[in-house]
Design a protein around this ligand. Structure first.
Ligand code: C2E
Ligand code: CA
Ligand code: CA
Length: 279
């Protein structure tokens, strides 16, 4: 609305200008962030629908910026990806997540999986497979404790193709999930080719499962296709019992969402999940 032209330049409207300033501010704060003091992980349980048992946890990053307060990952992750800082942030996340799952599994004599979000920028800017192998060794963590979540349709331009990454992870014994599935561009052949263990059905679809026939049809197609290919499905962002009922009927394997647990500190997760399944 507030476009002005000065000396032939088109100026941004207020909204866009503020957006850019915010972005710049986050960029500056990220540069000076003391990861160990400002970052922490929260964990959201993942459950198998069949027996309602917890089978894993997703690690989600939180940033408590000393002056600004909490900044949401939705706001700073895309900026960190642009500046390349996601590489050091992602390394920090991997260290903490592996440490936490090791402590958890050894304490409870379980083999729960830690789902860790990995950005395509991380994968394409280093030898991710060798790096993962070294991380597991360094942290004395079992590969089957780890599930790498990569967003659907992620493209990379590194030395390895996405296919090589998934095959490599499988060879290391690490499982992989496609995050936000059903909103992007994956084709069926992409899924088959990629040696993926699990499809994570996007919250955007789950949100409309009760009232929108099309969302239901897409989800049904996904669960059927996954079942036929031997892949597991997990629904994210499940908030209501009626959503769970539909998902259960459709043969979805696992759920994650506010209905059965918000992202929380490990101590809180342990307190709320007194019955922990041995897998
Ligand atoms: P995502 O991977 O799709 O994670 C799911 C998001 O949905 C999380 O938001 C989670 O807190 C939220 N959520 C889970 N259950 C429910 C529910 O029932 N209702 C609602 N309304 N929300 C729910 P969060 O933690 O804000 O993370 C946002 C995004 O930031 C993540 O989306 C992920 O893409 C990214 N992210 C978070 N942590 C990391 C990280 O360590 N590394 C990378 N690369 N990205 C991360
Ligand atoms: Ca995720
Ligand atoms: Ca999502």
């Amino acid at each position: 609305k507030n476009h002005h032209t000065k000396k032939g330049y088109l100026f941004f409207n207020e909204g866009l200008h503020q957006e850019m300033e915010k972005k710049h501010r986050i960029e500056m704060m990220l540069k000076s962030a003391d990861y160990d003091r400002e970052f922490y992980l929260v964990f959201q349980p993942q459950y198998r629908i069949e027996d309602r048992k917890m089978i894993g946890l997703e690690a989600l990053l939180r940033w408590q910026q000393p002056e600004t307060g909490n900044i949401s990952p939705g706001d700073f992750i895309p900026i960190a990806e642009e500046t390349g800082q996601i590489i050091s942030i992602g390394a920090w996340v991997m260290d903490r997540a592996l440490e936490e799952i090791k402590i958890f599994n050894e304490k409870h004599d379980t083999n729960l999986k830690m789902a860790i979000n990995v950005s395509p920028v991380q994968i394409q800017n280093m030898d991710f497979l060798s790096w993962m192998e070294e991380k597991l060794e360094e942290k004395k963590a079992h590969p089957y404790w780890v599930d790498i979540e990569i967003t659907e349709g992620a493209t990379i331009h590194g030395d390895f193709s996405m296919e090589e990454i998934f095959v490599g992870l499988a060879k290391l014994g690490i499982s992989a999930s496609i995050d936000d599935f059903g909103t992007g561009y994956s084709s069926l052949s992409y899924i088959k080719r990629y040696h993926i263990d699990r499809l994570k059905i996007a919250k955007e679809l789950i949100d409309h499962i009760t009232e929108d026939e099309n969302s239901r049809l897409i989800i049904r197609a996904i669960t059927m296709m996954a079942g036929g290919m031997g892949l597991k499905t997990i629904a994210e962002g499940v908030e209501e019992t009626c959503q769970l009922k539909i998902l259960e009927e459709m043969g979805c394997d696992e759920i994650q969402g506010y209905l059965w647990g918000r992202p929380n500190s490990m101590a809180q997760v342990e307190k709320e999940n007194v019955v922990i399944q041995k897998v």
